[in-house]
Design a protein around this ligand. Structure first.
Ligand code: MN
Length: 387
């Protein structure tokens, strides 16, 4: 209490004609009643996070509930869409750091919450639709052996997608959105989607081809070295995981030679939309190209955050200037509504290179939100029923 409001102070102020200066001020300056009810709500609701204070508490994607998807227990909470982290970056050819990507994307998503997510464009809230959406945390991956790490990730995919979904009238198989991790992690995801949906068309947002022949990228030193973040789509093609109706979007990085890389890319089943195509055909033109290419096939959407210009996403391993803006990318992704997306990822986020405004992780979180919305909009029936 301020000295002026003590009995002695009041007498002193009164004698100087200054009594009006004495107010009843609560300290700390928050009404006790509000604090009490808010605390009570958090304590009694049993939730980990208070959604009105979205930056507090343990961070899941968009403040979603965490479920121990990798538990040995068969009888856990059911879900339809699961976020899964793949903290792995020992398949990179340039700057490492994407092993911290999953934590970065979750941190970038902290402003999102199911209770505050009605789109300004569609007025829909994809968190509150038919699907139960949860965060599984990260797959435990070794940083010492890439072969073992990819096997561990494959096993995690098998467990997470092998459970019976919640809304079985829509689809019996849950779908997964991965936070990379470097782009090698997509190989494990494609090995998993083939089990449930067969080979997929890949819509690959990236500044690089990533279909490089392991003999070209990796130098043919060893089979082990040939499996990396620039060759995984070549390997996925060899393993029969990818349909010949796949397409890249946002390509602008150079190839290692005049013809071979481009020819090899076509052989792997891909067409190319370059970054500068947007100047000629616009956002809608790009959406039309991507949709025409994949048609009614099952689709995996992989978003390497380096598809964005480094002005919008500096925090990545292999940045290439001259890319798309965050708004352009989000408009293109949202424009893909209606395609049969069976899996997706946002990869190559290396938070250590982000700027103080956290532009990269904010963009990556919104990309994941868009992928999730596409999944909610279009349920996809698996080849086989796992029930
Ligand atoms: Mn890539």
């Amino acid at each position: 209490m301020h000295v002026a409001c003590t009995p002695f102070g009041v007498a002193l102020l009164f004698s100087f004609g200054l009594l009006s200066a004495c107010r009843e001020v609560a300290f700390p300056p928050v009404a006790g009643f509000q604090v009490h009810t808010q605390l009570q709500e958090i304590l009694t609701s049993g939730t980990q996070n208070d959604e009105s204070v979205k930056y507090a508490g343990l961070q899941t994607f968009a403040n979603l509930p965490w479920v121990h998807c990798l538990s040995a227990d068969r009888d856990i909470e059911r879900y339809d869409i699961a976020f899964l982290g793949a903290p792995f970056d020992t398949g990179t050819t340039a700057r490492p750091g994407a092993r911290f990507g999953p934590a970065g994307v979750r941190w970038g998503s902290r402003r999102l919450a199911p209770s505050f997510a009605y789109s300004a464009y569609t007025h829909k809230n994809s968190f509150l639709g038919w699907s139960r959406i949860i965060d599984c945390g990260d797959a435990p991956l070794t940083f010492l052996d890439n072969t073992v790490a990819l096997k561990q990730l494959g096993e995690a995919h098998k467990i997470v997608s092998g459970r019976t979904a919640n809304a079985t009238d829509k689809s019996s198989v849950p779908r997964i959105i991965v936070f990379g991790g470097d782009h090698t992690t997509t190989l494990a995801a494609l090995r998993s989607t083939v089990d449930h949906w067969g080979p997929v068309s890949v819509i690959h947002f990236d500044s690089h081809l990533d279909t490089w022949d392991p003999e070209v990228l990796g130098g043919g030193i060893s089979h082990y070295a040939g499996v990396n973040h620039g060759t995984f789509l070549h390997i996925a093609h060899e393993e029969g995981l990818v349909l010949n109706s796949s397409i890249h979007a946002g390509i602008r990085a150079p190839a290692t030679n005049k013809k071979y890389d481009w020819r090899n890319d076509r052989r792997c089943g891909f067409q190319i939309v370059t970054a500068r195509d947007i100047d000629k055909i616009g956002v809608q033109g790009i959406i039309d190209k991507l949709k025409d290419r994949v048609g009614g096939t099952p689709v995996y959407i992989s978003v390497d955050i380096d598809v964005l210009d480094p002005a919008y996403a500096p925090a990545t391993g292999t940045a290439e200037v001259g890319g798309w803006t965050t708004r352009e990318l989000l408009s293109i992704l949202d424009g893909l509504e209606g395609i049969k997306i069976v899996g997706g990822d946002v990869v190559e986020v290396a938070p250590i290179y982000d700027n103080p405004g956290e532009v990269t992780v904010l963009a990556a979180a919104e990309v994941a939100h868009s992928l999730m919305t596409l999944m909610v909009e279009t349920p996809v029936t698996p080849l086989r029923d796992v029930r």
